[in-house]
Design a protein around this ligand. Structure first.
Ligand code: 2AM
Length: 188
């Protein structure tokens, strides 16, 4: 379908890892005795901060403008936890949410509300989805344990069946944008 100004876009805010961070995660995943399910392709690995859903052009503008006002602060987090959500969604994330990460997610939830959207009412649960529809129970494996350095967050468009496109990148604190690389991907 041809996209026009009126076509809704499915948007979300996310942390988009560096190439090195995503390679480390994939290396870890490949080293585990995991079978089945749909591994998320390396280029698509990310941590969702706030999911906006299908929005019109005016709402996208509102989100883009508002995100520029979100300062936040750079932070590091350790992927020292794994878990299994319903429908076999296998994830990794930090066992302790860094305060700066919680504050950032809260600020973006507030921005969603300011733009007329309904933020997810569930508590923020920072996670990077590694495999979808993994069969069985949570595997008994050690978490990846790598560190992610976050100095920016992104506004991302999800095109079902096609891919993720990073639309905008916003620095955290005074950091220059761009140190998180390969900010695009496609669904798999
Ligand atoms: P997930 O990995 O846990 O499925 C793009 O869809 C991103 O937004 C994914 O990281 C997804 O999380 C997240 N997301 C959060 N709420 C969602 C929703 N209601 N529908 C689709 N994706 C959602």
């Amino acid at each position: 379908m041809e996209e026009t100004q009126d076509t809704p876009q499915r948007l979300f805010f996310a942390l988009w890892p560096s190439d090195e961070e995503r390679r480390a995660l994939v290396r870890w995943r490949e080293g585990q005795p995991l079978s089945g399910g749909r591994p998320v392709p390396s280029r698509n690995l990310h941590l969702t901060l706030a999911f906006a859903g299908d929005v019109d052009a005016a709402t996208r503008d509102c989100l883009e403008q508002g995100a520029q006002q979100v300062r936040g602060a750079p932070f590091r987090m350790t992927l020292d936890r794994i878990g299994l959500f319903k429908r076999g969604l296998f994830w990794t994330g930090p066992s302790l949410c860094p305060p700066a990460l919680g504050d950032l997610a809260a600020a973006l939830a507030g921005l969603l509300a300011d733009c007329g959207l309904e933020p997810d009412p569930r508590p923020f649960h920072p996670h990077v989805t590694l495999i979808r529809r993994l069969p069985g129970r949570l595997p008994e494996v050690s978490p990846p344990g790598g560190v992610w350095e976050a100095d920016a967050f992104c506004l991302v468009c999800s095109r079902p069946g096609e891919g993720y496109e990073v639309l905008r990148t916003y620095p955290l604190g005074d950091s220059p944008p761009g140190s998180l690389s390969e900010r695009s991907g496609s669904m798999g």
